[in-house]
Design a protein around this ligand. Sequence first.
Ligand code: GLC
Length: 752
Amino acid sequence: MSVLRKIIHVVALLFVAYLMNSFALRSGIMKHPQMNKTIEQRVDSLLALMTLEEKIGQMTLFTSDWEMTGPTLRAEYKEDIRKGRVGAIFNAHTAAYTRELQRIAVEETRLKIPLIFGYDVIHGYKTIFPIPLGEAASWDLQAIEQAARIAAVEASAAGLHWTFAPMVDIARDPRWGRISEGAGEDSYLGSAIAAARVRGFQGNGFDNADAILACAKHYAAYGAAQAGRDYHTVDMSEQVLREVYLPPFKAARDAGAWTFMTAFNEWNGIPATANTRLIKDILKWEWGFPGFVVTDYTSINEMVLHGYAADDKHAAELSVNAGVDMDMQGAVYYHHLADLVKEGKVKVSRIDDAVRRILHLKFLLGLFDDPYRFCDEAREKRLIMAPEHQAAARDMARKSIVLLRNEKQTLPLSRQIKTLAVIGPLADSKQDMLGNWSASGDAKDCVTLLEGVRAKLPGQGRVLYEKGCDIENKSDRSGIAKALAVAKKADAIVVVVGEAGWMSGEAASRADIGLPGLQEELVKALVATQKPVVVVLMNGRPLAIPWVAENAPAILETWFAGTQGGHAIADVLFGDYNPSGKLPVTFPRSAGQIPLFYNAKNTGRPADPNNKYTSKYLDVPNSPQWPFGFGLSYTTFSYSDLQVDKKEFGYNDALTIRVKVTNTGAREGEETAQLYVRDLVGSVTRPVRELKGFQKVQLKPGESKVITFRLSADDLRFYNADLLFRAEPGEFDIWVGGDSNAALGTRVTLKH
Ligand code: GLC
C-alpha cells in the first residue's frame, strides 16, 4: 500500500474512532473522561445495586417548606426522602436542619445515599454583597471572585452543597427584572465575571468542605425574553445565540462549573428544558460538559403550557431524552420515568448516565465518606457574618458604586459640613438594601444609608432625616412639604430614590422604567431649593430618568449595596473612597429606545441628524443617557500615546497595544481602561464596537502609566453564516478609553 493510502487509512480510522467516542459521550453510553476514575468505580458499583425507582429518586429535586421560590410546594418531601424517591433538596439550610434531613436519607433508606442541598446563594448567604449587576459594575474580577468565595464559605458552613448561581444571562432589556441578577449586556465582561464567580463558589475543590457546586443558569438566552417580560418567548438565530448569549455559559463550563440549569423560555420554538440542540449537542457533546443538568422550577411541566408536550408524562420523556438529568420540583420524573422506561420510550442507559453524573458529584463532595461533613454547627457559628466578611462586603459595595454626574464638584461632601439633610423613601430602608434573591440575608443586619451617614457625622442634629414620599404611592404629597422644611435647614441634601428590592429579580418586569411614585417630584422640589443636592439611586435595573440626569447636581448609582451598603455609600459620599465603578449595562433615556446596547450594528442608514432618511427617532436621540462602561471619578483621567507594535498582523502573531493613562486631577483614583474593536467588513455584519479587554489602573494625582493590551486573530473570531467560528482578514479599528464611546483610536489590518 502506498504511503499516501496508508495515511488516508489511518486518518479514516482516527475519524471513525472520534465519531464513535463522540456518539458514546453524547448518548451517555460511555462515562465522561473527565470523571474521577476512583469515584467512577464507586459510582458504578453503587449503580449496580440501585432499583429503577432509586435511580429516578436521584433525578428528583424538591423544595423544603422553608421558602417558596416558585409556584408549587410538596409538603411530603420528608416522606419522599425516607422512601428514597428524592436525591436533592433545596431551600433547606442551616447545619441543624440539613443534618436532620440528611439523617433520614443516610439512616432510613435502603442504600443510604446522601442528599445534596441547594439554595439560591446569588450574592451572599447571610453576609449579603451588592446585587450581581452591582458587583459587575466594579469590573474587579478578584473582588467578584472573593465575594463568591465568602458566599460559599458561609453557605457550606450552613450545610449547603450547591448554589443556583452564577446567573450568567446576558441582558439587553432593562424592563426585564432579572437583569439585576447577572453581569449586564456584554458577552466579554459577562464571560470574565461568570468564570470568576464559578471559581469563587467552587474554590480549590471540596476537600475541606468550604466550597459549593456552582450552577450556570439559565441555559439559555433567558435574558432575551421578548418585550423584557419575564418567561416570554425567545427567538433568535443560532449565530446570535452563540455570539452573544452562550459565551458566559461556555466560560462557566470552562471554569469548571459542575451543574447547569435550563431556562423557562423556549428558544426558536423548543423550550430550553427539552432543547436537544442546547443540552445534548452543544453543552454535553460540543463542550464536553461532565456534570449534571437540572431544570428550573417545574419547567418540565410548563412545556404543556408552552404547547410542546401533550401532558406531564410526554414532557418528562422529551426532557430526559434531550439530556436533562434532574427535575426541579416538577415531580414528573418522580411520577412517569419508570413507566417511560418500561414502555421503551426512555433507555436505561440515559437514566444511568444521569444518575452517574449526579452520584459523581455526591462522591466528589465527600458525602459518602461523611454525609454530615457540612453540618458543623460550631463552624457555622464561627463563620457566618464573620467580621472579615463584613469588611469584604463593604469593600465590594464601594467598588460597585458608579458616579454618574458631579457638577460643580458637589461631591465629595465635607466632613465639616454643619447640617446635612438625608431624604427619600430608601434612605433608611434596611430591607431594600438587600435587593432581591437575598438568601438568608437578614434586613436587621443591614446598614442603611442614613446610618452610614450618621456614622460619618457624629454629633446631635447634624443629620436631619425625612422620608419625603413612599416608593410607589402616587397621591400622598404630604411628606414632600416636610422634606422641604428639613432641606431648608441643611447645607446640603442627599436624596435616596429608586426601586423597592422586590421591583427587580424574578417575575418583576416593568414597562415603565422611570422612578416609581412621586419620587421624581420629590427630587425636583429639592433641586429647586438651589442647594447642593446629591441623588443616590438604589435600583436593580437601568432607570430612564432624563430630568434627574440633566438637573441633579450629583448622581450616584449604588444598586442594592447589601449588608454593609450604608457604610459603603457614605464612604463614597464623603470621599473616603473615590468611586471607580463603570456601568455594565446601558442606561437609556427612554424605555422607547429599548433594546439599546453599545455593541449594535451600524445599519445601512446610520443616524445622521442632517438627513431625514436615516435610523433615528423623531422625539429622542439615539444616544443613551449613560453608555456601557461609563463612570466618573472624583479625579479625571486622560488617554494618550496610543501605539501598536505593527499596523499589520497575521493569524499566528498578536498585536501589542500600548496607551498612556494619566491622572489629570487632584486626587488618587482608579480607572478601568477599556479596549474596543470594530471589524470594518465581515462576511456577516459586525457590531460598531466590541469590548475586547479591560485593565484597572490606580494613579496618584499627575501620575501616568502605560498599559498594554494584547490582541490576536483569535480575539477577533465570530460566527459566520455557516456557524464557523473564525476571524476574517481585513481592517479593524481599535480604541482605548474610559467607556464605550472611547475616542482615542487607530486602524490595523489582519492579513491573510
Ligand atoms: C426560580 C428561578 C431560579 C431559581 C430556582 C430555585 O424559579 O428561576 O433562578 O434558582 O427557581 O429557587
